[in-house]
Write a protein that binds this ligand. Structure first.
Ligand code: UDP
Ligand code: MG
Length: 334
């Protein structure tokens, strides 16, 4: 039975951000399309090219020519980041279920059916937990620490935040599409809008080709987006600390005054004082920086520039089921 569906409205939309993935795309297609065809439901795959500078665009366009019935390609004019790419993909989706996936095959396409099955049980958000994470030790460790921190300061309950293999219901996607957030973290935003979220365990593989597109710096930026975008606790923490420190220094002044009158002038312990002063200067600088993180985001938001620029969308070529001969001609593997 042909898995190629031609329904005007697909049931399932897959969104995949692509940034310099030329080395792995062929592999991705070779596993993704058969896995999708096997599901036996009407689907569409939406690739969003996030300003790749390698040959990814040509490879995506070629795949679009091979499977125009189920493939759409959104092309950005520059690099806006994975989460903006996913949001642009969301705007194009038509399915009742939307699934996001990384292009590097770390999320095996063969796991998609598990998410679909779970969604059909009536959930509108299915997160996933990597059974055995295949990333470097430091990444895994740092990510666990950030997970714990986020769990404490936001009321978002996601076990494995770094994992993108997730399914969202149409209701959630429609709400996400209404947000004009410039700096955001898609799984957290979607979680906020879900009525009935759940999680399942999925496999995770090593990156099939190429290397991670996240530098340490961009990982730090991403985590600031997550923390500042979904919580005011970091700011409140500084006001609380300010209060505690003011109280403590008031006490210190009293103690020093008493000593001045009881013991006379003393100058020892100057270095200890310096040490304490430097420590708090560090804390203050961090606090100012943190306020800056929020202010910067407010600034970007109020400027209200377009969040991303879509250059072209490859889509809309005949939605008719190809005859076996046409399929043969188009080289559709079955
Ligand atoms: N990605 C993107 N824009 C970026 C960085 C990454 O669209 O600026 C895509 C990338 O092509 C991949 C996904 O986001 O499909 C996850 O990236 P990567 O695998 O490099 O991240 P990691 O697995 O190391 O967290
Ligand atoms: Mg990856």
């Amino acid at each position: 039975m042909s898995g190629t569906m031609s329904a005007a409205k697909p049931e399932l939309s897959i969104v995949i951000p692509v940034y310099n993935e030329e080395a792995g795309l062929a592999n991705l297609f070779a596993r993704l399309y058969p896995a999708m065809d096997r599901l036996g439901l009407a689907y569409e795959v939406i690739f969003v090219n996030d300003g790749s500078r390698d040959n990814s665009v040509a490879i995506l366009a070629e795949q679009y020519r091979k499977r125009p019935d189920v493939t759409r390609v959104v092309l950005f004019n520059g690099n806006y980041g994975q989460h903006m790419a996913i949001l642009a993909g969301f705007e194009q989706t038509r399915g009742d279920i939307v699934i996001t996936l990384d292009a590097d095959l770390q999320n095996p396409p063969e796991e998609i059916h598990k998410l679909v099955a779970k969604m059909r049980e009536g959930y509108d958000y299915v997160g996933s937990i990597r059974r055995k994470r295949q990333d470097s030790a430091w990444r895994t460790y740092a990510s666990k620490a950030m997970n714990r921190l986020r769990e404490k300061i936001t009321n978002i309950h996601i076990t494995d935040q770094g994992n993108m293999l997730r399914a969202y219901g149409r209701n959630v996607i429609d709400l996400v599409n209404q947000c004009g957030e410039v700096n955001t973290f898609v799984p957290a935003l979607a979680y906020k809008f879900s009525r009935k979220p759940t999680e399942i365990v999925v496999e995770h593989e090593e990156r099939a080709a190429g290397e991670s597109k996240y530098s340490l710096y961009s990982l730090i930026r991403l985590n600031f987006d997550l923390m500042t975008g979904f919580s005011l606790v970091p700011l409140q923490f500084f006001s609380l600390m300010g209060m505690v420190l003011s109280l403590l220094s008031a006490l210190l002044v009293v103690v020093l005054l008493l000593r001045r009158f009881m013991l006379g002038a003393e100058a020892e312990g100057v270095f200890t004082l310096f040490a304490i002063a430097f420590f708090f200067m560090g804390v203050i600088l961090f606090g100012i920086g943190l306020v800056g993180e929020y202010v910067g985001r407010i600034y970007q938001q109020v400027r209200a520039r377009p969040r991303y620029v879509v250059q072209t969308i490859l889509q809309g070529v005949p939605h008719a089921v190809p005859t076996p001969e046409q399929a043969e001609k188009r080289g559709i593997a079955r």
